[in-house]
Write a protein that binds this ligand. Structure first.
Ligand code: KG4
Ligand code: ZN
Length: 337
């Protein structure tokens, strides 16, 4: 079966074609991505109306590019999958609308996919694919969750953030330090030249005994520390503060992930979502796993942040697991929250 996947929940338009294969994981045939980051940069964050309009401009040309690259035609598509939510309502409607229109024209069924399930399953596209069961650490701009995953569709929430997401902590701290949007990669780059122990920042809920997270207080601590540096901090002070901030976020993520593995008795951790691209997080998780004989799996770097491949993959894995496709009335809705 050939599954076309369309992702348009935020500021990346992603399209991909995945093929299911009997007795094996689905295979990624081609994927294409257009990032709107430059457009939103000037505003310091995503402008929903502009995002929707740009998805409209990109989605069909990207679909054409994907089919060309895969050597496939529209008629060879069996199912059209799209991100149903969560995300920006207008942006989601573009992907859902185009997916349903394509499917209607082709007389094929559709499948709406939860964006986080896409992230969660994305490591199955990497050369070092995990096997079930595992603990998933899902760290994106909007979510921070630990989950027990026993199979496709079998997800048990073990803990999550009670306020800001890890990506949000990166983004908001980066903004305080005068870095651009999106802040995560920029803060990580600045942190490379800094000392992680330069400033003592809080590790919220580190010893709470549960698997929940809290990052809102960290942002306030970064702001306070930044103020103390005076109106014109030097480059080294800023790098030190960036490194200290990153260290605080990473330490909490690593410790809670290890605690989740211990609590479930599982040996495998799967990390996904944009923050999963963070080099410090990967390095520290790998080191901790090596010491304890655990395995950690990540998506390919290019598939950590939003993309169409994870949506097509999640749909293909759901179909392989026997999921029903939507009735062909092509009435669609989205679930922003
Ligand atoms: O998964 P994603 O693309 O979108 C959401 O579904 O939210 O994640 C985006 C988030 C942003 O907060 C971004 O700053 C963060 O992932 N991010 C990073 C890195 N790359 C992306 N954070 C830290 N280090 C990175 N290298
Ligand atoms: Zn995402």
């Amino acid at each position: 079966m050939n599954v076309l996947g369309i992702e348009s929940s935020c500021d990346e338009t992603g399209v991909a074609l995945v093929s299911t294969q009997a007795g094996a994981l689905p295979r990624l045939r081609a994927h294409a991505l257009y990032s709107q980051v430059q457009m939103h940069e000037a505003y310091g964050g995503v402008v929903p109306e502009l995002a929707s309009r740009d998805h409209i401009r990109r989605v069909l040309p990207l679909t054409r590019a994907v089919l060309d690259e895969a050597g496939s035609t529209l008629q060879q598509i069996d199912v059209v999958a799209y991100t149903k939510g969560p995300g920006l309502a207008g942006a989601l409607l573009v992907g859902a609308g185009v997916a349903c229109a394509l499917a209607a024209a082709l007389d094929k069924p559709t499948l709406g996919i939860h964006h986080l399930e896409g992230h969660l399953l994305s490591p199955f596209l990497s050369a070092d694919a995990p096997t079930f069961p595992f603990v998933a650490l899902l760290v994106s701009g909007g979510h921070t969750q630990l989950m027990r995953v026993d199979a496709v569709g079998s997800y048990e929430l073990l803990g999550e953030t009670i306020d800001d997401a890890a990506g949000e902590a990166f983004d908001k701290s980066a903004k305080l330090l005068g870095l651009g949007y999106p802040g995560g990669p920029a803060l990580a780059r600045l942190a490379e030249g800094g000392r992680a122990d330069a400033y003592a920042l809080p590790r919220p809920l580190l010893h709470s005994g549960d698997l929940d997270f809290s990052f809102a207080g960290l942002k306030t601590a970064v702001m306070t520390q930044h103020r103390k540096l005076g109106p014109a901090p030097d480059a080294q002070q800023l790098a030190d503060l960036a490194a200290s901030t990153q260290a605080a976020i990473v330490e909490v993520l690593v410790k809670k992930s290890l605690r989740a593995l211990k609590a479930t008795g599982l040996q495998r951790l799967v990390v996904s979502g944009g923050v999963g691209a963070n080099a410090q997080l990967r390095q520290q998780l790998n080191a901790a796993a090596l010491r304890r004989g655990l395995r950690v799996h990540y998506p390919e770097l290019a598939l950590c942040t939003d993309n169409g491949a994870m949506i097509a993959l999640a749909a293909a894995m759901r179909l392989d697991a026997g999921a029903a496709v939507a009735a062909r009335d092509y009435a669609f809705d989205v679930r922003p929250r």
